[in-house]
Design a protein around this ligand. Structure first.
Ligand SMILES: CC(C)(COP(=O)(O)OP(=O)(O)OC[C@H]1O[C@@H](n2cnc3c(N)ncnc32)[C@H](O)[C@@H]1OP(=O)(O)O)[C@@H](O)C(=O)NCCC(=O)NCCS
Length: 200
């Protein structure tokens, strides 16, 4: 499928997407999903996401059973250092639809870990991919060379996402998980000589 056809296909599919969240609160279909950095004042809105996450999604994110978002995760968002680390929220109408994290290894600033979580009611609307793109762009801008994504081998969604959009990523199966390594392309920096104003 050509990129244009692909984009149109996705746009068409999203136009039919449901716009009512669990709890019955209608969303404004005109409001765009925006990505922005997490702020500590977002904690209640992120905590409220728990009601919109299935046990399966929580298990796929944290690899153990959790009935709700773990407090340790929420604390980590509050305390993740600004700068190279990035917690990115996908937000619409002040509702948090997704959370993406890029955590740079303190012992190896060339490498980072990526984590993702999107409300079940909003899966397959392109939110996860947008979070990934935002996090990778940030990592690249910060000089991160390799981003690691570790998922359960049963995680069809992430495996398909990587296979479709990052086909050069290497994946290593280790028991019940698969670790992907995404090499961030760093374009060479060319210095362009600017014409200098003539001296008077
Ligand atoms: C993984 C996750 C974040 C994907 O978010 P999403 O917003 O639904 O994903 P997108 O709509 O952006 O999909 C991007 C691509 O991923 C793949 N994909 C996503 N969900 C899929 C599914 N259920 N089956 C197959 N492929 C899927 C597709 O390639 C898709 O591209 P396409 O729509 O052009 O076909 C979401 O499923 C989630 O929160 N899962 C639970 C937590 C988790 O697994 N986290 C990852 C471990 S850190």
């Amino acid at each position: 499928m050509s990129p244009d056809v692909h984009t149109a296909h996705r746009a068409g599919r999203r136009a039919q997407a449901r716009v009512v969240v669990p709890g019955g609160r209608p969303l404004n279909p005109q409001a765009a999903v925006t990505l922005r950095r997490y702020r500590p004042t977002d904690r209640p809105a992120v905590t409220a996401m728990s009601d919109a996450l299935s046990e399966r999604s929580l298990y796929q994110r944290f690899f153990t059973g959790h009935p709700r978002l773990p407090v340790g995760f929420l604390d980590r968002l509050d305390h993740s250092p600004e700068g190279r680390d990035l917690v990115l929220l996908a937000v619409r109408d002040s509702l948090v639809l997704g959370v993406g994290e890029l955590i740079v290894g303190p012992e190896d600033p060339d490498r980072a870990e990526l984590g993702l979580l999107v409300r079940d009611s909003h899966h397959r609307q392109g939110i996860g991919l947008r979070l990934v793109r935002g996090l990778l762009a940030h990592g690249q801008a910060c000089g991160v060379g390799t981003v690691r994504v570790e998922v359960l081998t049963e995680n069809r969604a992430v495996r398909a996402l990587v296979a479709t959009y990052y086909p050069t990523a290497t994946g290593v199966v280790d028991g019940w998980t698969v670790r992907y390594e995404l090499a961030l392309f760093c374009p060479p920096i060319f210095t362009v000589a600017r014409p200098r104003p003539a001296l008077a």
